[in-house]
Design a protein around this ligand. Structure first.
Ligand code: AMP
Length: 177
């Protein structure tokens, strides 16, 4: 892991998106810079290589962008967690609150690996509400979620408390909006 890599310079800030008062931290500006995208994926591999992670689950849609290359690098299954109504098979689902909306997510029940250690990934962790709902549906499918990972964290919104005791790792945090 290159500790001198300045990820902050690759993240676009968009004030008042998607509504007034929200500072949106956009990771698409990082995806068009291969050195930054590679830094994120290789850092994830460095962090989780020896942690007995057996699958990775990711939140639609930006979570997929980081979890998919990570799954390929690790040689582990990828479980997409999608917004309600997108998955064709039998699902486990849960409603939850976003920082600025309400939603429901679901996962294909038969793809959840029972008794296995599943790393949960999203691009950005705000309130942690999405990830808490994802942990609930993975646990309902009898998978373990030993750790949660996000590229960006907004810890002032209190996700550590909401997700406790599950440890959360992020590559960069912002203190306030
Ligand atoms: P939360 O459930 O509050 O942790 O919300 C996390 C989800 O909403 C993630 O999928 C993020 O991509 C998105 N999100 C929430 N707040 C922001 C923000 N300020 N900037 C960028 N994305 C956000």
């Amino acid at each position: 892991m290159d500790l001198k890599f300045d990820l902050d310079t690759y993240i676009r800030r968009v004030p008042d998106f998607p509504k007034k008062g929200i500072m949106f931290y956009d990771i698409t500006s990082l995806l068009v810079r291969p050195e930054a995208f590679q830094f994120c994926i290789e850092t994830m591999v460095d962090i989780y290589r020896d942690k007995g992670i057996e699958a990775v689950a990711a939140i639609e849609a930006r979570g997929f962008l980081f979890a998919a290359p990570f799954a390929v690098r690790m040689g582990i299954p990828l479980l997409p967690i999608r917004k309600k109504g997108k998955l064709p098979g039998i699902t486990l689902s849960k409603k939850y609150d976003l920082e600025y909306a309400q939603a429901e997510i679901e996962v294909h029940q038969e793809d959840v690996p029972k008794g296995r250690r599943v790393l949960l990934v999203d691009d950005l962790i705000a309130t942690g509400g999405t990830l808490a709902a994802a942990i609930a549906i993975l646990n309902a499918g009898e998978a373990e979620v030993p750790e949660v990972f996000g590229i960006v964290g907004l810890p002032f919104l209190g996700y550590d408390k909401l997700l406790a005791p599950t440890p959360v790792t992020t590559l960069i945090n912002y203190d306030s909006e």
